[in-house]
Design a protein. Structure first.
Length: 86
């Protein structure tokens, strides 16, 4: 099938640049990524990931981790497991 439809979207330039750098490292173009997303939506009959608003605790943890507060860092998974008592 010929690819003749065009999709246009507006977004923040910094978000666009950051995502395009990530996609480039993955070896993907924006067009290929959109194509993959559309194929997955078709196959799953919905979004291929969960979309929801986090609860208060999850939102707090996400905010703190982005600010690098109360975040433990581990070099190896064994260190993480040991810290968790596993």
């Amino acid at each position: 099938m010929h690819k003749t439809s065009v999709i246009r979207a507006r977004m923040e330039p910094t978000l666009k640049d950051e995502v395009e750098r990530i996609l480039s490292r993955l070896g993907l173009t924006v067009s290929e990524t959109i194509y993959l997303l559309y194929r997955q939506i078709k196959l799953r009959r919905g979004l291929p990931f969960e979309v929801r608003i986090p609860n208060r605790l999850t939102a707090k943890v996400l905010t703190e981790s982005r600010a690098d507060k109360k975040v433990k860092h581990f070099i190896a998974k064994d260190d993480l497991y040991r810290d968790l008592g596993l």
